[in-house]
Design a protein around this ligand. Structure first.
Ligand code: ZN
Length: 426
């Protein structure tokens, strides 16, 4: 990793984010990249046969698991896993979204996750997601243009904003669609048109708001990545890039990208659900059929890297960071530690990750919250709790986490990819 930073992988990250306005799109983009690298899709409902060295992936709604089968059985060699999440804070479109007031048509939405909602004001927004069609088929949709907007209230109409902005989500965070009350069709017709079907063929939809501004470069030297959803699409991008790059070996290598992390992971596709356990169970059972010790042996010999974004020190609010643990943008992957197990990292995981990074000449930073501040969590502790796999929580440093427009550094992209590739190759 010596010499000039490789900023081209920042372009690849920007392309990944632009392709993924929702978890369903993220899964499709992961699948597209995996297909291009020779991985083939398996259905959970089919019987699998697996050959050493073969790459496959499985989709469960907004979540994806990809793996490359090792030459040794998981019970003998363990697995190397990297976990990420596909979702980000946004607004979910309500089942009956048509709202009419003050001469406008609006779209009823419900906040999803813990966003910095004021950052969604005055931006060019659209609707994207998955629709379910008559007959059971599905289609991804993203409305063209920027049909939605959350306009600020002019300061002349409420000067109390100088004391701080508070937004009532039910009353104030309702995006406006048009001022044409005579337009009978509205959102439902636009979604059906985007799906290429008749309006009455769309039976249900999982739709969210998405910012339409493409990911860009920022900073005086152009090394920063300004984009929506970097938490945690940047980790999804790094993990899939690393899995594709990693050489096949004795150990099975596995990437799990879960939906619903931002709302606690409790769903059939979330990290509290059975998806990872089901797939690992099948990999073990196919390698060692009928051996009741194979699964606990495989889990004990495995390692999981939970890859989720980390807080870089803020330029003007560094007081909110623990003085001895202040990750810098461009300083490489961050190991996240929390005494109360909001992160799964322990000394064994830390040491192993540090060795894998050293093998790839990648620098490592450390994050710990201030003692008087609670920290966020990740899929790491949930997955470690559920499966008993030794886990380390890591992530690329970033600013403005959960903003509509977040900030990271392209310098970190190849560093995190190299670190995760080294972990897969262990
Ligand atoms: Zn996250």
């Amino acid at each position: 990793m010596a010499g000039m930073p490789d900023l081209s992988s920042g372009d690849d990250l920007r392309a990944f984010v632009d392709a993924a306005p929702t978890p369903f799109h993220a899964v499709a983009e992961l699948g597209r990249r995996l297909n291009a690298a020779g991985f083939t899709e398996l259905a959970e409902g089919d019987a699998w046969t697996l050959a050493p060295g073969a790459g496959h992936f499985v989709v469960r709604h907004g979540s994806l698991i990809a793996f490359r089968v090792g030459s040794a059985s998981p019970a003998e060699a363990g697995l190397r896993l990297v976990g990420t999440h596909t979702d980000s804070p946004t607004f979910r479109v309500r089942p009956r979204p048509d709202v009419r007031q003050a001469g406008y048509r609006l779209v009823g939405v419900e906040p999803y996750g813990g966003g910095l909602w004021h950052t969604w004001l005055d931006r060019e927004l659209t609707v994207a997601g998955r629709v379910v069609l008559r007959g059971g088929g599905t289609a991804l949709v993203r409305l063209p243009g920027a049909p939605l907007r959350l306009p600020s209230l002019a300061i002349h109409l409420d000067r109390s904003v100088r004391e701080g902005l508070t937004l009532d989500p039910q009353r104030e965070l309702v995006p406006v669609w048009s001022h044409d009350l005579a337009d009978a069709d509205g959102l439902a017709a636009a979604v059906a048109e985007a799906a290429g079907v008749a309006a009455d063929d769309v039976l249900a939809a999982d739709l969210v708001l998405a910012d339409t501004q493409p990911a860009g470069t920022a900073g005086a030297d152009g090394t920063w990545v300004a984009a929506p959803r970097l938490d945690n699409l940047a980790s999804c991008h790094a993990a899939v890039t690393a899995l594709v790059a990693a050489p096949a070996g004795a150990r099975t290598q596995l990437l799990v990208a879960n939906d619903h992390e931002e709302v606690g992971s409790g769903s059939m596709s979330g990290a509290r659900g059975s998806f990872l356990a089901d797939v690992v169970g099948r990999l073990v059972a196919l390698a060692d059929p009928g051996d009741p010790q194979a699964l606990p042996r495989a889990l004990a010999r495995s390692r999981l890297v939970s890859a989720d974004m980390a807080h870089a020190v803020h330029p003007t609010r560094s007081d909110r960071h623990e003085p001895a643990h202040r990750p810098q943008l461009g300083g490489g992957p961050v190991v996240k530690v929390n005494a109360n197990q909001a992160y799964a990292t322990d000394a064994a995981g830390s040491a192993w990750f540090a060795e894998r990074c050293a093998a790839a000449s990648v620098p490592v930073q450390t994050f710990v919250s201030r003692a008087d501040l609670p920290c966020g969590s990740t899929i790491g502790p949930l997955t470690a709790t559920r499966l008993g796999i030794p886990t380390v929580d890591v992530g690329a440093p970033m600013l403005a986490m959960h903003s509509c427009r977040e900030l990271a550094s392209a310098v970190d992209v190849p560093l995190v990819v190299a670190a995760l590739t080294s972990c897969f190759a262990d």
